[in-house]
Ligand binder design. Structure first.
Ligand code: ADE
Length: 248
């Protein structure tokens, strides 16, 4: 899977995603991360990429032209990178914005099926609407709060998508049976020692009885979701019996 990011801060992306699990996935050739500096496509002698908003108002707006040119360059680069030209199809372009649909696990899963994805990171008060109309296919937010730019949200999404790609996590199944898969939060986890500051690991986990452990974990997941994220429970697949012990 190839991630392409149109940004004013390519070094921010490359440094962060080059670390830890995504860094290892890059080294293994499971993902690639290609950050393009929009500023390189400014024709202005000071490499300016923003200007005052028409109609007035606070802040600056990213100009259409450098964004459009960087996109054109990138699409051509992607096209040329395909061994078989028939493999080329125009990649989706995600404009990262607080005005988008809110990112979730299901979207991560869906996006992980793409071969190439382009993220456009805005700064200042946004990007000239005309270039968005021309290139953006998806508008995605990572939550109802406003950040200073689109780089962190793009990296959040790239991280969430990458870990769903086979081979990226050490254990392939671990991303399947995890938090939010069934709209339930994950059960509590424990590791050695058996007693920490007087707190003992739940007895059932020491029995080696897999069916009992599974049942305990399922119940803990449900209770935890009920306490912390009751909104998720409506979408979760619970049995009659499970619904019952929540009302008790
Ligand atoms: N840009 C600024 N804030 C953002 C957010 N919450 N999600 C996506 N992009 C953003």
């Amino acid at each position: 899977m190839n991630f392409h990011i149109l940004t004013l801060f390519p070094e921010m992306i490359m440094q962060s995603l080059g670390t830890s699990i995504t860094g290892r996935a890059i080294d293994k050739g499971l993902i690639s991360v290609n950050a393009i500096n929009i500023r390189d496509f400014s024709d202005d002698k000071h490499k300016k990429v923003d200007d005052y908003p028409y109609g007035g108002g606070a802040g600056m707006v990213m100009q259409a032209e450098p964004v459009y040119k960087s996109y054109g360059y990138l699409v051509n680069h992607i096209k040329l990178s395909k061994e078989n030209p028939a493999d080329f199809k125009k990649p989706r372009v995600i404009y990262v914005t607080p005005q988008g649909s809110i990112f979730n696990q299901e979207m991560a899963k869906e996006l992980s099926q793409e071969e190439d994805l382009i993220f456009l990171c805005g700064h200042y008060e946004g990007v000239d609407e005309r270039v968005l109309n021309m290139i953006a296919t998806d508008y995605i937010s990572i939550g109802d709060y406003v950040l200073t730019g689109g780089e962190l949200p793009a990296m959040v999404m790239i991280d969430a998508i990458s870990r769903l790609i086979p081979g990226v996590l050490n254990n392939d199944i671990s991303s399947e049976f995890e938090s939010l898969q069934d709209n339930l939060l994950e059960y509590p986890q424990y590791t050695r020692p058996e007693i920490f500051m007087g707190q003992k690991v739940p007895e059932v986990l020491l029995t080696g009885h897999h069916a009992k452990i599974e049942a305990w974990r399922r119940k803990q997941s449900i209770l935890r979701t009920y306490e912390r994220r009751p909104d998720l429970l409506e979408k979760a697949n619970l049995t009659e019996e499970e619904r019952e012990y929540l009302t008790r």
